[in-house]
Design a protein around this ligand. Structure first.
Ligand SMILES: [Zn+2]
Length: 256
């Protein structure tokens, strides 16, 4: 009975440890946490946001959200453009090769702001790359068009979460919560979101780039600066040994 109670209490303690959900059991991984986002040069025909406007929103989305997680090696950056003539979800997926391709596509509903996912190319059933893609809803009259700037940034941050392999969280306070209307859109990262990205891209400098990404900007705020040099430690150690030996000698002299 005693053990049952302990196990029960422990189960309550660890109940919410893995609240986040991944897109699949083992989503494709990018080669490192440094992941480039490439926006298609073709403007979305039904939206007033140009591709450069979308790039500016993406830059804020990565800086304000995912790149803030110092326990993860994630370092998303907006890089050079892609030129996909047929601007739709399949074309964006096909263009992506170890980067996230961003453009526009018509979703089935005007209530969709944007959508994203992650796949890979396979060779003998094994993923050989990661293909993230994200599109803004180009359907005429889509809710994207009149959304506030900060909402657009939060939506893109949420969709980037999908493009790196994170699914929907059941936590209503999480950025990755399934938002069905404007009031459910979250404007900050929760611990749940940070846990998910840390699980996929952990920051572990001891692995020297094999598991984490040492150069990640996000890793710097968490590191503690050492002030003393190893020589100081050596000197102090030698001094202590010298003093102990001297004390012992005096003690022995007193005994004789
Ligand atoms: Zn979603």
């Amino acid at each position: 009975m005693k053990y049952f109670c302990i196990i029960f209490l422990l189960s309550l303690l660890f109940k919410d440890v893995y609240a986040f959900v991944l897109l699949s059991a083992n989503p494709p991984r990018f080669p490192s946490g440094s992941i480039t986002i490439k926006v298609n040069k073709d403007n979305c025909s039904n939206l007033t946001d140009t591709y450069t406007d979308i790039e500016a929103l993406l830059k804020e989305a990565v800086d304000e959200y995912w790149n803030q997680v110092y326990t993860s090696s994630i370092n998303l950056k907006v890089g050079e453009n892609i030129d996909v003539t047929d601007n739709n979800a399949t074309a964006l997926f096909n263009a992506a090769d170890n980067f996230i391709a961003v453009g526009c596509a018509e979703a089935s509903s005007t209530n969709t702001f944007a959508a994203a996912s992650l796949g890979c190319s396979t060779l003998n059933g094994t993923c050989i790359n990661a293909k993230g893609y994200l599109y803004v809803n180009n359907k005429s009259g889509s809710v994207w068009e009149n959304a506030a700037r900060q909402t657009k940034i939060a939506i893109l941050a949420h969709e980037l979460g999908h493009a790196i392999g994170i699914g929907h969280s059941d936590k209503s306070y999480a950025l990755m919560y399934f938002a069905t209307n404007n009031s459910d859109i979250q404007y900050y990262l929760s611990e749940d979101d940070a846990d998910a990205v840390t699980f996929l891209y952990p920051d572990d400098p001891s692995l020297l780039g094999l598991g984490g990404n040492c150069g990640a900007v996000a890793s710097t705020p968490g590191t503690k600066k050492k002030n003393s040099s190893p020589l100081v430690g050596l000197f102090l150690g030698a001094l202590i040994i010298f003093l102990i030996r001297k004390l012992l000698k005096n003690f022995q002299k007193q005994e004789t």
